[in-house]
Design a protein around this ligand. Structure first.
Ligand code: GLU
Length: 293
């Protein structure tokens, strides 16, 4: 069964912008006859208890999902095996760069913005042996392209940078870009709806999917929620989580639906009128109750 998904990182309570993305992911999936899955991306930035609170918030909004949420941290063996397959195909190399070295190299003239400049791709065997004694290596993809195009329901054809991105961090943890691609494919996810801050990551992920013999999903990168200053909505902006808003008497589903031009007492009631072509294309500016004046 083809599926869509919502894949939050359990690093704290979801705010209304996150919940709006979750509602949209649910609407995209259910309106196209897909399953809807939840994956807890708990391999990084985990706050204890946060996953349970996020699931409670999704349920309280009226969202439902198929099967149990998948905990990404249970998938390490599969992630490691995927990296090993790429390594056997000669598609990886060890990288010893510090953040600072990368920042310095990336600011050199002619460097592609935001792209790893490939410093460690060119190490000799002797240099590699020496550097292994200094610090643990990250594993990077030996990318064979510099750009890749994806199809996005809201953005159309989007072509973006592909660099030698990290597959395994130097603390041994599989990197987000690797885990997301492997897990989406294994879960049968063929539709990825998420915030448009991740649009620029989609070409890397779709290229990696291709290398792993998978079909890239259909993407829909939806506008983010911003505060009155035009910055990404955050906890410090006032009452922005479901619990905070409920305490102030706000009906969170109505608030989110209103921002999308939808109405109904439950996500199910919004299904019929849901039409991706009519979604707002601009960010949602949220002025929460209790925002600093
Ligand atoms: N876990 C990521 C986040 O919460 C989202 C990953 C994705 O949707 O691909 O930012």
């Amino acid at each position: 069964m083809p599926a869509g998904r919502y894949a939050p990182s359990p690093s704290g309570d979801l705010h209304v912008g996150n919940l709006r993305t979750a509602l949209l992911a649910w609407l995209f999936a259910r309106s196209t006859g897909r399953d809807f899955l939840v994956r807890v991306e708990d391999i990084d930035r985990v706050r204890p208890g946060s996953a349970e609170r996020q699931l409670e918030d999704l349920r309280a909004l009226g969202l439902d999902w198929d099967g149990e949420p998948l905990l990404q941290s249970t998938r390490t063996d599969v992630h490691v095996a995927a990296i090993a397959r790429l390594a056997e195909a000669g598609l990886t190399y060890e990288c010893f760069c510090t953040r600072r070295e990368i920042a310095e190299a990336a600011s050199a003239p002619h460097a592609a913005p935001g792209a790893y400049p490939g410093t460690c791709r060119r190490l000799t065997d002797d240099e590699r042996a020496r550097r292994r004694r200094e610090r643990p290596a990250a594993i990077r993809l030996r990318a064979g392209v510099t750009t890749w195009a994806v199809h996005d329901v809201l953005h159309g054809r989007y072509e973006g940078t592909v660099d030698d991105f990290v597959l395994r961090r130097n603390d041994g943890v599989p990197a987000y870009n690797l885990a997301v691609v492997v897990d989406d494919a294994d879960q049968g996810i063929d539709q990825v709806v998420r915030g448009d801050d991740l649009l620029s990551s989609a070409p890397r992920q779709a290229y990696l999917a291709d290398l792993l013999g998978q079909t890239a999903p259909e993407y829909a990168h939806v506008p983010l929620a911003l505060n009155a200053d035009g910055r990404r909505l955050a906890k410090r902006d006032g009452a922005v989580t479901r619990r905070e808003l409920v305490d102030l008497g706000v009906d969170v589903l109505t608030m989110i639906a209103g921002s999308l031009g939808l109405s109904g007492d439950s996500p199910h009631e919004m299904l019929e009128a849901f039409d991706p072509a009519r979604l707002p294309r601009d960010p949602w500016v949220v002025v929460p109750p209790g925002a600093p004046a």
